[in-house]
Design a protein. Sequence first.
Length: 132
Amino acid sequence: MTRKKPTDIREFAIRYTAAWCSRDAAAVASFFSPNGTSRDNDGPVHAGRDAVMASAQGFMSTFPDLTLYLDEIGERDGKIVYTWTLEGTHCTTGRHVRIAGSEEWTMGDDGLVADSIGRFDVAEYARQAGLT
């Protein structure tokens, strides 16, 4: 079965980025299929929109002034690769963090994200945030 992808994946990525910048976790989760999943690095799988929303809220709570930048959007091996930069002030340490990362999306039949695998340098994040 061929997976449906948005006709304009760049526009989809721009709107997804705006949802993160709005600091509205439900808006971020709305880009996922109802049973969509997300996972960052080797962390737990967040299955379903409520879990995706809770995960997004975790980042938003950690970085109350979170700004996400769309660096690049492309396609590789049938998946969409969304490359981003996150910038914000860590809520506990007060340290400014600017890290790069990516998400590899498998699109669902509904044209939304069915599965997202996120990656970023955890050691660099911890260093910048003052958590090491």
